[in-house]
Write a new protein. Structure first.
Length: 207
């Protein structure tokens, strides 16, 4: 069994330049802004500091051990969110890391379905951030009860757009096929009782 904390640090420590794109419930870009993120370990504490380029505002988070609600795989991909959900609102965050680049998603599920998605493209400091000049309007297709959005070629966001009811099994995640054809993915699943399932790739098969 891999060590989640070691995997997280091995792949994610460093400085990341980012582009955040806010999408509405239809996958259409609302606005975008640039950031810088520093991830480091100091005296056994993992420290993150996100700086918004335009305003200079900062958001920091420190933790010594991986929270029980955070799932990390051996490649350093991770997701966070509640350990238990109801049909009411909940938020999850996902990150795929591929050496000098990352793809992230923050998804907010509202009372009546999908509320908002933030899509994030990041590159290590000194690397160019790939970005489209044109506003993003995600291509969308169905995947069972889920929707798949494609904010850029090779990236798929798995989202649950339903007005969920008690007992509905749900999940969401992000998948990225990079320029070398290597698949990176992290999926977060909740069972019919709303309890977070162990990290798995079984519910989504990509062809």
């Amino acid at each position: 069994m891999h060590d989640s904390r070691s995997s997280l640090l091995l792949h994610n420590v460093g400085c990341w330049e980012g582009l955040f794109v806010r999408l509405d419930a239809s996958g259409k870009e609302q606005d975008r802004f640039t950031t810088s993120l520093e991830v480091k370990e100091v005296d056994g504490v993992i420290k993150t500091c996100l700086t918004y380029a335009q305003s200079g505002r900062q958001q920091s988070m420190n933790f010594s051990s991986i929270p029980s609600s955070m799932q990390v795989n051996k490649h350093g991909h991770w997701s966070t969110g509640p350990e238990f959900i109801t049909p009411w609102s909940w938020v999850a965050e996902f990150c795929l890391v591929n050496q000098f680049q990352r793809r992230r998603m923050i998804v907010r599920h509202g009372v009546n379905g999908l509320d908002r998605v933030i899509y994030v493209v990041e590159a290590r400091a000194g690397q160019e951030i790939p970005q489209s000049v044109q506003p993003i309007y995600c291509q969308s297709r169905s995947f069972g009860s889920l929707l798949i959005w494609e904010p850029e070629p090779g990236v798929e966001l798995y989202l649950d757009p339903r007005d969920r009811q008690q007992g509905d099994i749900t999940g969401c995640g992000i998948c990225w096929s990079d320029q070398n054809g290597i698949m990176h993915k992290i999926l977060r699943q909740y069972n019919s009782d709303g309890v977070l399932c162990p990290l798995s790739e079984s519910w989504a098969q990509f062809s």
